[in-house]
Design a protein around this ligand. Structure first.
Ligand code: T68
Length: 818
């Protein structure tokens, strides 16, 4: 039994008076301000410190209960955790949100203003980082003992602004604002070694002459819903080893000690802003090794505090690798077991294989990590030796046994990729290392997992038929419905009278209300209220007034050609032209809302942002179309902005080229909040369509098979351009420079990418996409039909709770009984 026995009735709460007293005490005694002089920021800090006290109590209890070591702990290793703001979420989880609301009101302040004061720790790029945060929430809610391990970056993902419509990036020094959640744990620091060389003496390896840096942990408490358990997210920060190294200084090696300081100080400075884009910097490899080495040393120390010997290690520890970013953990654990604990190689590898599991999040070839052999050999010489050893064992025992004498197969499956050109370096395939070092590999949606088996790792799937499995992603219903959409949560509460927040499948019971005019009215009213709230955010951030009775059509996600914001753009341009041709057109008012950051070095992505902003400028100021169309690009997309957009969305754009979006999780959040999806048969859209029924979703575009057929036949985007009059007109318009008279060639990168290669088949899917939008317009004109669909969408999202994902991981991957 790995769950902690928690008596749910014993979950302690506070009443309003206690919260009020707590706030007053902290204001006066810790912050030194009188309540009547305190700012909303002071209230935020006081309330956060109060919650922190409760969490610290609970974290101690959790640790006490686990001390007997009877449980298997999950260690979730991820370079990214996008946890979002924590105060509101914690108040909800602790069951004291309403008390806090009343307590702050008694001081004359509004809790929602107080919550706005919190900075959003942007320690991730996108879906992968947010998934890690949802999983921590669900692990805790399900009472699974778990740690998240990552890096406490000083600068999170860049802040995005627009200058003249172009993206500009500025650093996000989020920790410079007050952040009471992280607790430094200097006693748990670790020493990490880098560089140096390996000596072998009597068959034993010694890794010497290394540079050392310190990893100091910061702990963030992770609360769950309806549980007293508090798990920990432990984030490492790089520091120089104690003081100034006098020995090196005396020896005249000032350079060395400075080098070490500079290195240590840089390790945890910045999050790499590349989502699914290649990045080959030495510092990134060092970041990966740094947090892996700290985390493994930390979890092994914990294991040793609780157990004698290594016998139980594999039954008490499971380590999930969030993509290949922590893959260096495989040779690191092997190194510890062999060089420090005297295990023989085969036993050590067996242990690795029973504790590691690997989640794949992408099929994009350019996003599959490889490191040059020379770089690893320089930074981590012992690890490079061990990678060769794993590879040799794998190829000469396992591959040889399955495909005797097949040298081509050995080449294909080798962790080391031989270059086509001998002048190029050999590359280490981190995905292969992860597959070979793990006991399970999973994709993140059914379609994606089957493509992982068939296209990415077919030989591994043949060799180990049970290794590759699917766990469809999910989202936490606490943050993504209960907290961000309180009005809808209340309607559901009063309708169902059951705890849907911890059993999301219960939402299914809403289906009987889908045709009820009263229920529809309430559902629609809530959506409208949320749209009014978003309209004021839009006005504040963009200075544009939008009509809350218009269709709010949203595409919010990282900017990438495969996600096809450019398809949305082309279609909006066409809608605008139609309106110019006939301003009396009987169409509903529409607001197209974007939010997305582009990787700073990804020129076409930035070009798409610029084009959308220039179009927005034109459309939003054109009186001829009488406000029938507005285009909004909200700057600086992040978790807290998503929480405002998602409850207000009518239409959810999930329009990636089939076969490219591994899963998507925004698609789940939007449908959960009653938005209708316009989407391709890609990622988890396929499963969403299955759940809501094809009549309640707007599916368009080529399927994976059709995409691959088209490519085989030879795809020429210019054929489509020549034969589709409307599409040709909008592309010509884009190319004409009319939208950017000051810079007539501004959109050439985008136009060229569309007409010359169109790798992501934007043109091929255009007509089908435009037709799907026509179906949306038609549906909107019949409100009872529209709201029926919206309610069915919310009601059908039970499957997409991250609680279900975690239950799946427990059963199929971690061997943890619930
Ligand atoms: C996303 N991946 C998938 N990657 O694109 C999305 N990559 O389909 C899926 O729903 C989500 O993962 C969760 O499974 C990412 O977000 C990254 O952010 C990333 C970061 C660094 C390097 C490569």
């Amino acid at each position: 039994m790995s769950r902690m026995n928690v008596d749910l009735n014993s979950v302690r709460t506070m009443d309003t008076a206690q919260v009020e007293q707590g706030i007053r005490r902290i204001l006066e005694q810790s912050l030194g301000v009188e309540p009547d002089e305190a700012t909303p920021g002071d209230y935020w800090e006081a309330l956060s410190l109060l919650v922190r006290e409760i969490n610290l109590d609970r974290i101690r209890n959790t640790r006490r209960e686990e001390k007997d070591g009877s449980v298997r702990r999950v260690y979730y290793l991820s370079l990214e955790f996008l946890v979002g703001r924590l105060l509101g979420n914690n108040l909800h989880n602790l069951g004291i949100y309403h008390q806090a609301e009343k307590a702050t009101a008694s001081f004359g302040v509004n809790l929602s203003d107080v919550l706005e004061y919190e900075t959003d720790p942007a320690l991730g790029n996108g879906g992968l980082g947010r998934l890690a945060a949802c999983f921590l929430d669900s692990l805790t809610t399900l009472n699974v003992p778990a740690f998240g391990y990552g890096i406490n970056y000083r600068f999170g993902l860049f802040k995005q602004g627009f200058v003249g419509g172009k993206q500009v990036e500025s650093p996000d020094a989020w920790r410079e604002d007050s952040f009471p959640w992280g607790i430094e744990k200097p006693k748990r620091k670790q020493v990490v070694r880098l560089y140096g060389q390996v000596r072998e003496v009597d068959g034993k390896a010694y890794w010497d002459d290394t540079q050392e840096v310190l990893g100091v942990p910061w702990d963030l408490p992770v609360t769950g819903y309806n549980t007293e358990r508090v798990n920990t997210l432990r984030l490492w920060e790089g520091r120089a080893t104690e003081g100034f190294d006098l020995n090196s200084f005396d020896a005249g090696r000032y350079q060395d000690s400075r080098f070490r300081e500079i290195l240590a100080e840089n390790i945890s400075q910045v999050l790499y802003p590349n989502d699914s884009h290649p990045e080959g910097k030495e510092l990134r490899l060092i970041q990966q090794y740094f947090f892996v080495a700290c985390s493994l040393a930390d979890l092994i120390a914990r294991y040793k505090r609780e157990h004698e010997g290594w016998e139980q290690f594999t039954s008490k520890v499971v380590i999930q690798l969030n993509d290949t970013h922590p893959a260096i953990a495989v040779p690191e654990l092997l190194r510890i077991l062999m060089d420090e604990e005297d295990f023989v190689f085969t036993k050590a590898l067996e242990i690795c294989r029973s504790v590691f599991c690997y989640t794949n999040h992408t099929l994009l070839p350019e996003a599959l990590e490889t490191w040059s052999q020379g770089l690893i050999a320089r930074v981590l010489p012992r690890h490079m030796q061990l990678i060769y050893k794993i590879n040799y064992h794998f190829l000469h025992n396992e591959v040889e046994k399955h495909w005797p004498g097949d040298h081509q197969m050995k080449n294909r499956l080798s962790i080391i990729e031989e270059p086509n050109n001998p002048a190029e370096p050999q590359m280490v395939r981190m995905a292969y290392l992860s597959v070979i070092g793990s006991h399970k590999v999973n994709g993140v949606a059914a379609l994606h997992s089957s493509l992982v088996k068939q296209k990415l790792f077919p030989e591994f799937d043949e060799l180990w038929p049970d290794k590759i499995v699917n766990v469809t992603n999910g989202v936490t219903p606490r943050r993504w419905l209960a907290n961000c959409n309180p009005e809808l949560a209340e309607l559901i509460d009063s309708t169902l009278k059951s705890d849907w927040q911890s059993d999301l499948a219960r939402l299914g019971e809403l289906k009987v209300w889908a045709d009820d005019p009263e229920f529809q009215k309430k559902f629609a009213r809530i959506k409208r209220d949320n749209k009014v709230a978003l309209a004021s955010v839009i006005d504040e951030l963009c200075g544009v007034k939008v009509n809350p009775d218009a269709i709010f059509d949203v595409q919010i996600k990282r900017l990438h050609e495969y996600k096809r914001q450019q398809l949305n753009l082309l279609h909006i341009m066409a809608v605008y032209r139609r309106l110019l041709e006939d301003p009396d057109l009987d169409v509903p008012h529409r607001v197209f809302i974007f939010a997305a950051k582009a990787a700073p070095g990804y020129l076409v992505a930035k070009n798409i942002i610029y084009a959308i902003n220039r179009l927005a400028d034109r459309v939003n100021n054109d009186r001829r179309i009488r406000d029938k169309l507005k285009v909004i690009f909200l700057p600086n997309y992040r978790v807290s902005l998503a929480e405002k957009i998602i409850p207000a969305a009518d239409v959810s754009e999930q329009i990636s080229t089939a076969g490219f979006e591994a899963s998507g999780t925004g698609n789940m959040k939007l449908a959960l909040n009653g938005a209708l999806t316009i989407g391709t048969m890609d990622g988890a859209n396929v499963e969403i369509a299955e759940e809501v029924g094809e009549e309640n979703i707007f599916i368009f575009g080529k399927t994976v098979e059709e995409v691959s057929d088209l490519r085989q036949r030879g795809y020429n985007p210019r054929d489509i351009y020549q034969h589709n009059e409307e599409l040709k007109a909008v592309i010509d318009w884009l190319a004409s420079g009319d939208l950017s008279p000051d810079e007539p060639d501004a959109f050439r990168p985008l136009v060229e990418s569309l007409l010359d290669s169109d790798y992501f088949l934007t043109l091929a899917d255009y007509q089908s996409y435009s037709d799907a939008h026509d179906r949306i317009v038609k549906a909107w004109k019949a409100p009872s039909y529209w709201w029926r669909m919206a309610i069915i969408n919310t009601a059908s999202m039970g499957k997409f709770s991250s609680d279900r994902s975690i239950v799946d991981y427990c059963k199929t991957i971690w061997n943890i009984g619930l």
